[in-house]
Design a binder for this molecule. Sequence first.
Ligand code: AMP
Ligand code: GLY
Length: 443
Amino acid sequence: MAMKKKVLVVGGGGRCHAIVDTLSRSPQVAKIWCAPGNAGIAAQAECVPLKDTDVSGLLSFAKEQGIDLTVVGPEAALSVGIVDAFRAAGLAIFGHTQAATRIESSKEFAKILMEKYGIPTADYRSFSDFQEALDYVNARPFPAVLKYDGLAAGKGVVIAANPQEAEAALRSMLLDEAFGKGRVVVEDHLTGPEFSFMAFVDGERVYPMPLSQDHKRAFEGDKGPNTGGMGAYSPLPFITDEDYEYALEKIMKPVAAGMVAEGCPFKGVLYGGLMKTPQGIKVVEFNCRFGDPETEVVLPRLKTDIYEVFSAVAEGGTSLEALEGTIDREGKVVPASELMPELEWSDEATLGFVLASRGYPGSYSKGFEISGLEDALEEPSIRIYHMGTKAESGQILTAGGRVLMVVGSGKDLREARDKALAAVRKIHCDNLFFRTDIGHWVL
Ligand code: AMP
Ligand code: GLY
């Protein structure tokens, strides 16, 4: 039997907790480290006090510990080139190169790519001049969709209802350079339910995960400001088999092939943020990583050993190597297409509630004690992923905007929801709120 593996997971939120939790089910994994991790992750992995963007620190750590495989969660780490650095040092790593992360870090790059490869998305124009952008927007119908062309921590998209809102947003992005110097993409406003299509991608090969849906607004009934996501569920009854085939064949596969053709192949997770519009399915955005909170409801459904999946993508070739075969870490030549195990998913439905600090996504206080977690976890179909917590003198305290995600699973979404809600009610904290209506689109 081969030696058991040492794995490093980079990141620290709920998404990384779900990745660590799924890896901990692998019989091949000896030990998991997580940098920086959090109070929940600490139960399944040794947390390492290194920032997720500290590439040289992480590289030294991986070498010293003899890490067999590194898995990267957050886009920030990918966009500073952690994958390029690890690969140059000959270390196996799951995640996209800096060049491939442009699919997320530059709205304009993503738009040009979609245009070139015929991938359905809203029509757009991009601007660096404030007055030109303003004139263009004012000559078109509202609402106007304005997107800063760069990473803006989820705050770079403004749906302006009227000329005043549009002017304020363009002023902040182009004149005040609120997110730094950059261009603005102005695109047509689309309508319809949004959903998330995540896939493991290795060059041209796309291995889909089940679909899920996030809930971006802070309050019940999809009201209030946009957040990182207040809950999610999987599967999605409103997406037909035809919709799914279309999204896979006309969106996910062509974008993977397009990136190969552009010389920056994917090697990690591709996240399609899609919308089912009256004119068909269209791309709202692509991300170069697992979604958060979608990962927390999708990975619990994975029955395949995720270590095999991560290492197949990390070691598999790009399209050319795939034909010729690739050398695995034991030195055997294996066709890259044979490294990837067949993905098996449970039929159970999953649904999760995010518990967030009062005031989030605006300002909020931290350091409130959380109790009742063991009680909530007594039901075996419940998982609790820590998003922003810390441990201090035996207590678990709130330490972020989004604090916990409580996920239930069941024979259908209703059962998953009821179980998760019952578990949420067992958790006590003076400063948390949640949306009770996760799944309202279908329940
Ligand atoms: P993005 O960061 O590009 O995903 O945009 C954030 C959110 O803004 C999306 O999840 C949508 O809810 C909304 N949005 C983005 N682009 C459009 C569009 N073209 N039409 C309507 N809503 C959009
Ligand atoms: N849930 C949206 C995202 O991960 O970007």
